[in-house]
Design a protein around this ligand. Sequence first.
Ligand code: PEP
Ligand code: MN
Length: 344
Amino acid sequence: MIIVLKPGTTRSEVKEFSSWIESINNVKVNAWYGEHSIVLGLLGDSAAVDIESISAQRIVESVKRVQEPYKKANRKFHPADTVIDLGGGSILGGGKLALIAGPCSVESEEQIIDVAKHVKSSGAAFLRGGAFKPRTSPYAFQGLRASGLELLRHAREKTGLPIVTEIMSPGHIVLFEDVDIIQVGARNMQNFELLKELGKVNKPILLKRGLANTIEELLMSAEYIMAAGNEQVILCERGIRTFETMTRNTLDISAVPLLKSLTHLPVVVDPSHAVGVSTLVEPLAFAAVAAGADGLIIEVHNDPPHAMSDGAQSLTPQQFKSLASRIVEIAPVFGKEVSHRADE
Ligand code: PEP
Ligand code: MN
């Protein structure tokens, strides 16, 4: 971090200010005296330095971070890829690309088991399905809630697929004890109390990018979970809000290689929520693989026209099968191997 001080700042003020910064942070402050300005350089762990309180000091002209404010998620300090391995071949990251597939919402036992069997036979390594649903309207289907989690467990018993499902409240963590990967949805990416609580959980967290959040904000949200003790975080690009109205969101494909360079955490792409139109899911999935994604989340429904949520973007099991087989073919071109369940 670089701090430029106002002209006229005295040496004793610089000394006092530097000692104050050093006393509350784990940094060493060096000062350079120029003809017209004084510049301070902070060396060490400046992630926790409060830039706003520094800027508020009378003698400070400007402050600039030269190092990223996220530390645990930063590839600079952890060059090797984080790999999420749930056993049985369900692996994400480190050269393995995982397909996470299933309906938007868990609707019934028959539906979730039917979809789970289909996506497994097509090569999915994880089953997704929402039990607690974040809906724009309070009158829309809110999910089967705890009984939806129960049905996901049945589907896991039948297929062996680890389950991925969304949490919306810290108070629900006890209900998620038997979930394999907990998803934090776009709308909760900055629910910091939820993130802190998930930092105490010993299971992977799939963190989706918020509708209007920057890449740095996504990394800072991951940092919240990691700083609280849980380093198993998977990031998900799922499209952001733009002025375009023909698609549900706009897939920020550049986020994928950017995130891969900035962080060691696995990056997955959800083309279903990004585009909102089933016919456009496959080309976006290919683009995501080409951009370096470690996984894809694809919504699959046994009867999309009658789905209780997100039918328009859901693939049929047959469409998913065709997509999955093409992903298996193209992944090696981009240095990835699609992870397979050992019990297939
Ligand atoms: C979902 O995965 O069903 C979902 C609600 O996604 P998002 O949070 O990305 O909108
Ligand atoms: Mn959905």
